[in-house]
Write a protein that binds this ligand. Sequence first.
Ligand SMILES: Nc1ncnc2c1ncn2[C@@H]1O[C@H](COP(=O)(O)OP(=O)(O)O)[C@@H](O)[C@H]1O
Ligand SMILES: [Mg+2]
Length: 232
Amino acid sequence: MQEKQPLVELKDINKYFPVGKDKLHVLKNLNLTIHKGEFIMIMGKSGSGKTTLMNIIGFLDRVSDGSYIFNEQDVSQLSENKKSEFRNEFFGFIFQQFFLIKSLNVIQNVKLPCIYERKKNTKEQNDIAQKYLTLVGLESKAKSKVTELSGGQQQRVAIARALVNDPLLIMADEPTGALDSETGTDIMNMLQELNQQGKTIVMVTHDEDLTRYATRVIRMKDGSFLEKGAAL
Ligand SMILES: Nc1ncnc2c1ncn2[C@@H]1O[C@H](COP(=O)(O)OP(=O)(O)O)[C@@H](O)[C@H]1O
Ligand SMILES: [Mg+2]
């Protein structure tokens, strides 16, 4: 059995937002280690700090103090350019509202992270995008407009886009929040299968029923973790 490898290591992190002359203490002395292969669910009421934490993990925001090591790299030592490059390479993002680009067709949306990455030629980009469209069951929709697809199909396109650069971590913020429960179950089954194939996933949800898909659940309240399990 291989040792558990840490992917995300947050130590004693705090996050403050300036509000007028004051500062709002949004994340309070959090410790979190995410190992490769985990499927973590972050739960908590609106305003508890879930999105702020996701933004920090995904290099979209920085800690006010404390340390963040991602895949053995000290994130505070990275330039903004390096962080953008790594964000595209290491993370796949899935959102409640899909955030597909309506002026592009399905396969063009899936290819976007490859285009930013600039490492593959056009044929390689098309081949890999087609491979992930097949994985999510939409191989026949490559040339369709995204607006012709149902919500569940659009979220699958977003999943294919999140996977196309073979990221180390999938970040999903309420991925089933805009879907009916049956379609949401399809999406959850797909995420679970990806996790079982080895993908590390962090997902935010309000839906208690979905915790059965997780390998670990972290509950937040007012910027703190409620369970000691978070520090494992
Ligand atoms: N950029 C910001 N500036 C000031 N306050 C913010 C900012 N972003 C979030 N907050 C505040 O931080 C707290 C946590 O927000 P957030 O992380 O979005 O919570 P959640 O995702 O759990 O609903 C809230 O009180 C929110 O108003
Ligand atoms: Mg949020």
